[in-house]
Design a protein around this ligand. Structure first.
Ligand SMILES: N[C@@H](CCC(=O)N[C@@H](CS)C(=O)NCC(=O)O)C(=O)O
Length: 204
């Protein structure tokens, strides 16, 4: 048994955490979660959401961005993010948080609109879905506009790029944006990212 345990689901946001663990080079165990309402899983994350990472040193962390920032703190030499103190670092953190707090939730509203309205009428869910599509159109365009080429902060891939590729794969119109299409292709040239991508069933 390794020191890290990743609680994951195919097609979910745990993909980017698996990629981070592979980029860092630590061994980890994967626990596939089929039912996020299972009491044993809720004891780990009362929000009932993956990804969750149980750390070697004890703590259990939820929230994709928090997990990635923690791994970067623990393994700075792995360069999940650009070195601290450089402008690339703050920008990579900014866009990571932007995606985690704007695009990820919009994607969930788009695919599960009925969970985001108290109104049971199908039109209410449809209105939520349409607004989520508008939000994503605006936010993905903002993201595409800051790609410096080929990655978000320049020539070197960071975990923020893997995050962006993951979100773009969830929403087809995002992949039509040439900057994001190029970014996804470059991310998949990285063997660690490509393996996590495959294991999670992305790219279908
Ligand atoms: N803010 C959370 C969102 C996590 C989230 O919503 N995960 C989804 C999968 S992508 C989930 O576990 N949903 C419950 C389920 O699938 O049963 C994060 O960034 O980690």
């Amino acid at each position: 048994m390794s020191g890290y345990t990743l609680y994951w689901k195919p097609g979910s946001g745990s993909m980017v955490v698996e990629a981070a663990l592979r980029l860092v080079g630590v061994s980890f165990d994967g626990v596939r979660i089929n039912d996020t309402s299972d009491p044993a899983f809720l004891a780990l994350n009362p929000a009932g959401k993956v990804p969750v990472l149980k750390m070697a040193c004890g703590p259990v962390i939820a929230e994709s961005a928090a997990i990635l920032l923690s791994l970067d703190d623990m393994f700075p030499e792995a360069r999940l993010l650009p070195p601290r103190g450089r402008s690339g670092h703050v920008k990579a953190v900014q866009w990571l948080i932007f995606m985690a707090t704007n695009i990820y939730p919009a994607c969930l509203r788009y695919y599960y609109p009925e969970r985001h309205t108290a109104d049971p009428a199908p039109e209410a869910a449809e209105a939520v879905r349409q607004q989520a599509a508008r939000d994503m159109e605006r936010d993905f365009a903002q993201l595409a506009a800051v790609v410096q080429g080929p990655f978000l902060t320049g020539q070197t891939m960071t975990i923020t790029d893997v995050y962006a590729a993951m979100l773009a794969d969830w929403y087809d119109p995002a992949k039509q944006l040439p900057e994001l299409a190029a970014l996804v292709s470059r991310v998949l040239e990285n063997p660690a990212a490509a393996e996590a991508w495959r294991n999670h069933g992305f790219g279908k």
